[in-house]
Design a protein around this ligand. Structure first.
Ligand code: HEC
Ligand code: HEC
Length: 402
């Protein structure tokens, strides 16, 4: 009896073993084929890549001038803009780290140090910022499409695209409690406070008058415009990939070209396209949560969707993702391999909530190294990374970063 059962079981298993490879093989390769066909289709219609324009557009009411850039740069490094005079824009967007921060989540008010050594001073009652600071390099091109069209007044900003234009973005960190404002001033008080501080510094009065002329030269609108102008000067449109796209066929190597092909065939270009390698749309990928946060960051409308980031200058901007949860490009690619294979890395989401374009991702381990070497053709160090020697307030340059 037992033997009959065993034989029966063996026959069934054996049959399955014979049957499975026979039927799974074609099923799998037809799935692969259809993914590849799908990617080709999408790429023909969607994914176009190109060099960045070498000139940047400014809003009509804020043309770029050397005076504004000079002023904006000093403001960017001056902690006078923060409630407790301890944080500057550069505390989180420092040229030493590609104008990003080399820290998974930002530490603003009451922070000390720079990059991965930045931490809160004790005692501390300021929450950690819930997101990773993206680079401001090339943010001037945000929103650019594959036809190289963009409107600087409409440029989408932040991981959830909640603000449009560098001008509108510039005052947000000053008003945010944990980034720059702190607890001494309310949201309504902080900008007038900063404007009055700047007005009491003669060097700033001169610089604002040189940049804007009109009286009163130091006001909210001009503060935002100067910060935006400096950031608009931080462009890096001459990576090896740009040179390749402009016709220098030797600017990237054979294996990097192969990596570009793999990048497209793997379906990456369905979202990372256009000259910035971003469609600037929100997508749900199910990135792992960062354990440093008590509450999960659910993104806009609790959708868990985040904006496709640029893939330029990744060499300088680790860690990656909206919450800095993936340390290296290798980890990012392993994450994509997981979600493409149906493995969820965020328990708050179910498979059917992921972006439909995730289904088109086809990635295996052998493609990772070529894709990473291709991504390295998108780095360009030629941006002005100099730090002012001093700022007009006399406060420590870059804030409390020593
Ligand atoms: C405490 C760290 C911190 C400080 C200080 C800070 N930022 Fe940021 N910055 C961030 C983080 C984090 C984000 C992303 C926030 C989000 O997407 O919700 C960001 C996003 C940005 C972006 C959007 C880039 C893009 O592509 O979407 C710009 C531009 C920017 N910051 C400029 C500035 C300026 C100008 C200042 C100073 C007035 C400043 N930041 C101060 C951390 C900081
Ligand atoms: C469905 C659209 C989509 C596809 C397809 C896609 N990405 Fe992304 N990518 C995103 C979004 C959205 C993020 C940010 C996710 C987040 O932080 O929650 C991102 C983040 C990244 C980052 C991190 C960048 C940074 O600065 O933090 C890298 C690197 C990256 N993707 C590379 C790739 C590669 C390589 C592929 C192909 C294997 C790929 N992506 C496919 C949308 C996509």
């Amino acid at each position: 009896m037992n033997w009959t059962r065993y034989l029966l079981a063996a026959a069934v298993v054996g049959g399955l073993l014979l049957y499975l490879p026979a039927c799974e093989q074609p099923a799998q390769s037809s799935k692969k084929l259809s993914r590849r066909a799908k990617n080709k289709l999408l790429i023909d219609s969607l994914a176009h890549f190109g060099a960045l324009p070498q000139e940047v557009k400014s809003p009509r009411d804020n043309p770029l001038t050397p005076e504004k850039i000079k002023l904006g740069k000093l403001l960017f490094f001056d902690p006078i803009l923060s409630g407790n005079r301890d944080v500057a824009c550069a505390s989180c967007h420092h040229p030493a780290f590609g104008f990003a921060e080399n820290l998974e989540l930002s530490v603003g008010v009451n922070g000390k140090g720079l990059g991965s050594s930045r931490h809160f001073r004790q005692p501390n009652d300021i929450p950690i910022v819930k997101r990773n600071a993206p680079t401001v390099v090339n943010a001037a091109y945000n929103g650019i499409d594959w036809l190289k069209r963009y409107e600087p007044e409409e440029a989408p900003m932040f991981w959830d695209v909640r603000v449009k234009s560098l001008e509108k973005q510039a005052l947000e960190p000053i008003k945010a409690l944990e980034e720059m404002r702190g607890r001494r001033y309310s949201q309504a008080e902080i900008i007038p406070e900063v404007v009055s501080r700047l007005n009491s510094i003669p060097a700033y009065l001169q610089l604002f008058e040189a940049a804007f002329g009109s009286h009163p030269a130091i006001r909210e609108e001009h503060l935002a415009k100067a910060l935006a102008a400096y950031q608009r000067s931080l462009i890096a449109p001459n990576s090896r990939f740009d040179r390749y796209m402009r016709g220098d066929k030797s600017a990237i190597s054979l294996s990097e070209k192969e990596g570009f092909k793999q990048f497209i065939e793997s379906g990456c270009g369905n979202c990372h396209n256009g000259p910035m390698f971003s469609d600037y749309q929100l997508h749900v990928l199910g990135v792992p949560e960062n354990p440093l946060l008590e509450q999960p960051d659910m993104g806009p409308d609790s959708s868990y969707a985040f904006r496709t980031p640029t893939l330029r200058n990744l060499r300088f901007t680790a860690p990656y993702m909206h919450n800095g949860s993936l340390n290296t490009l290798q980890r990012v690619l392993e994450f994509y391999e997981d979600i493409a294979g149906g493995k969820m890395r965020n328990p708050n989401l179910s498979r059917d909530q992921l972006d439909p374009l995730v289904d088109a991702i086809e990635l295996d381990v052998s493609k990772m190294a070529p894709i990473i070497s291709f991504l390295n053709t998108l780095n360009d160090e030629s941006v002005d990374r100099s730090v002012p020697e001093s700022v007009p307030s006399g406060l420590p340059v870059g804030g409390n970063i020593q």
